[in-house]
Design a protein around this ligand. Structure first.
Ligand code: SAM
Length: 214
């Protein structure tokens, strides 16, 4: 237990469980992942508050509820290979690492990727592999993935992400305009893909070949 354990427990109960996230494995992962380790020192006191925080380079660590919701939508059981696009602080990857067998996470900014990798190594999260590159193209090298989670918003769903899904795999991503999107949940069934719209969200842009231009 660390000094923030009670704040973390309250965050899970009041912000995440109360809004309908119920998967006990997801709630436990959020209760045991030290979010304060992933935020910038000047925001440490705000680490468990109900909003996103700046992490440098114009990027953010997502609101805790959104992390909980997106994670739950993947329905992970523990033996999956998962891709996260948009490593940012590394917090979402750390949560995923407690729920899947192997996590690959890709970030376009080398500085953010290195900082996140350092924090995850410090926490002994050995099943996370960090990559630097354009995640709008996915990460073909380690596909297929049972789960793909994109934490930056694309104008529309990049085709390679759908192609890199395993059978019955799930993709969660925000798509829409800059500043205002919907969260989509895709599920693969053979060559068919089912898409459900979950709720309105606001993410930073996915910048890359199949995302937005700089
Ligand atoms: N998952 C992160 C966390 O837990 O802190 C939050 C990520 S932040 C909302 C979105 C991240 O996506 C930013 O760090 C941004 O640099 C990254 N990003 C944007 N476009 C990208 C791309 N094409 N490939 C990889 N990362 C990208």
């Amino acid at each position: 237990m660390d000094d923030y354990a009670s704040q973390r427990s309250r965050m899970v109960t009041e912000q995440i469980e109360a809004r309908g996230v119920r998967d006990p494995r997801v709630l436990e992962a959020l209760r045991t992942t030290p979010r304060h380790e992933f935020v910038l020192a000047e925001y440490r006191q705000d680490a468990y508050r109900d909003y996103p925080l700046p992490i440098g380079l114009g990027q953010t660590i997502s609101q805790p509820y959104i992390v909980g919701l997106m994670t739950e939508l993947l329905q992970l059981k523990g033996d999956e290979t998962v891709l996260e696009v948009g490593t940012g602080s590394g917090y979402q990857a750390a949560v995923l690492s407690r729920l899947a067998r192997q996590v690959h996470t890709i970030e376009r900014f080398q500085d953010l990727a290195e900082r996140a990798a350092r924090i995850m190594t410090g926490l002994h999260l050995e099943n996370v592999q960090s990559h630097v590159g354009d995640g709008s193209l996915g990460l073909a090298e380690f596909a297929p993935y049972q789960g793909i989670l994109v934490t930056a918003a694309a104008p529309k769903t990049p085709q390679p992400l759908l192609a890199q899904l395993a059978e019955r795999g799930r993709l969660v991503l925000p798509t829409g305009r800059r500043g205002s999107q919907v969260l989509e949940l895709w599920q693969r069934c053979g060559d068919e893909y089912d898409c459900q719209v979950i709720l309105p969200v606001a993410f930073v842009p996915l910048v890359g070949e199949l995302g937005w231009k700089e």
